[in-house]
Design a protein around this ligand. Structure first.
Ligand code: NAD
Ligand code: DAU
Length: 350
């Protein structure tokens, strides 16, 4: 039995990943550490039972004492770090928590993992690690900045993050890299493009547009709506992380993307059409500050070296996603009450 510490496992991608791992493997105990911020929701995991294979712990990754206690109580083999503040617009309003969680939290996880995993030193003084351990940092294509009409992000593209969010993720990547260079920490970094699918918090483009369409509310499109993102179904992302964790070469970075570039306005129109609503709902609003124009992921490394490929077509993935939101309006109502209502008023009714 191996033990995996998943952080941020009550969020959008993390909860899909918890279900993926527990559904696929019998030989894993999974410990889920999540602070349950506005974006974390135990309802996302309601079918998972606490027991021999699964334990939930409420708490933050920057809480060193707690992380140390977890490593004392559990024989952790893998750390998969999803925990983060993840929304660009919030990072523009208030960057501080992004640095605390995304940067400081990552450092705490690395440090505690290192202390617990090191068994000795080699002849040069480098730490030697227990067999079979690995730290995986779930990062983002946003660390590369923005693209013009041509080109794609490769793993070797220089980092040029533009928002406080992406700068915090790039900083975390640098720290993970440094732990590998200086301390030989076994690690991988994955940098994925935009995810969509079930359980995504409705502050993000796709669920926000679905929710507003269903409520006949205006659809706020930033700027000219011609910004391009490279969309991947969350389940394909989860399989990619699983693949990198188990077969990725230690120390390597893997880009993850579905070769699926779409302009925002195309997506909004697709949602309107699928839900049988009117394009009159579209409202062009003030652009996001520092708005990245285009992302596109070059995914050859993961597809050729590790054999991963996306399984969803965008058409199928979007159809299923829209159906999921239609069938789970109660989930939507629950997560959009309270704090989110205030956030929405502040962001969109300025
Ligand atoms: P999310 O906002 O839906 O979930 C984040 C989770 O982290 C929540 O459950 C939240 O409670 C938890 N969390 C926040 N602060 C914490 C802390 N201090 N300690 C422990 N838990 C904490 O985010 P998501 O969209 O699921 O993204 C997950 C990860 O994947 C992030 O690291 C993000 O940068 C990365 N990523 C996201 C996308 C995307 O399109 N959503 C794409 C590429 C990479
Ligand atoms: O690329 C990966 C990243 O994708 C992840 O690292 C982030 O965690 C995730 O939030 C996402 O970032 P984006 O900024 O690309 O996603 P978001 O859903 O916020 O916006 C997608 C595009 O839609 C972007 O160009 C902004 C635009 N947009 C967004 C919202 C919320 C609108 O036009 N109107 C909106 O109301």
């Amino acid at each position: 039995m191996k033990t995996m510490l998943v952080t941020g496992g009550a969020g959008f991608i993390g909860s899909n990943f918890v279900k993926h791992i527990l559904g696929k493997y019998d030989n894993y105990r999974l410990v889920n550490l999540d602070a349950l911020t506005y974006a974390g929701n135990l309802e996302n995991l309601k079918e998972i039972e606490e027991g021999q294979k699964y334990r939930f712990i409420k708490g933050g990754i920057a809480d060193r004492e707690l992380v140390e206690r977890i490593f004392e109580e559990e024989n952790i083999d893998y750390v998969v770090n999803f925990a983060a503040e993840s929304h660009v617009d919030r990072s523009i309003e208030d960057p501080e928590i992004f640095i605390k969680t995304n940067v400081m939290g990552t450092q705490v996880l690395l440090d505690v993992a290192k202390k617990n995993w090191v068994t000795g030193k080699d002849e040069f003084g480098y730490p030697v690690y227990r067999d079979g351990v690995k730290y995986l940092q779930v990062s983002t294509d946003e660390v590369y900045g923005t693209l013009g009409k041509e080109g794609m992000f490769k793993e070797t593209t220089p980092l040029a993050p533009n928002s406080p969010y992406s700068a915090s993720k790039a900083s975390a990547d640098m720290i993970v890299r440094a732990y590998n260079e200086t301390f030989k920490m076994p690690m991988n970094i994955t940098r994925c493009s935009n995810n969509y699918g079930p359980y995504q918090f409705p502050e993000k483009l796709i669920p926000l547009m679905i929710a507003n369409c269903l409520n006949e509310k205006e659809l706020p499109v930033y700027g000219d709506g011609m910004q391009i993102r490279d969309w991947l179904h969350v389940k394909d992302h989860c399989v990619a992380i699983d693949t990198v964790l188990h077969t990725g070469k230690s120390g390597e970075i893997y880009n993850v993307g579905g070769n699926n570039e779409k302009a925002n306005i195309e997506i909004v129109k697709l949602i309107i059409k699928t839900l049988g609503k009117s394009e009159r709902l579209i409202k062009y609003v003030k652009d996001r500050l520092g708005h990245d124009r285009r992302y596109a992921i070059e995914n050859t490394k993961i597809t050729t070296e590790l054999g991963w490929e996306p399984s969803y077509t965008f058409e199928q993935g979007m159809k299923e996603t829209i159906e999921w939101y239609l069938e789970n309006q109660k989930w939507m109502d629950n997560v959009t009450s309270g704090e989110y209502k205030e956030y929405y008023e502040k962001m969109y009714n300025k």
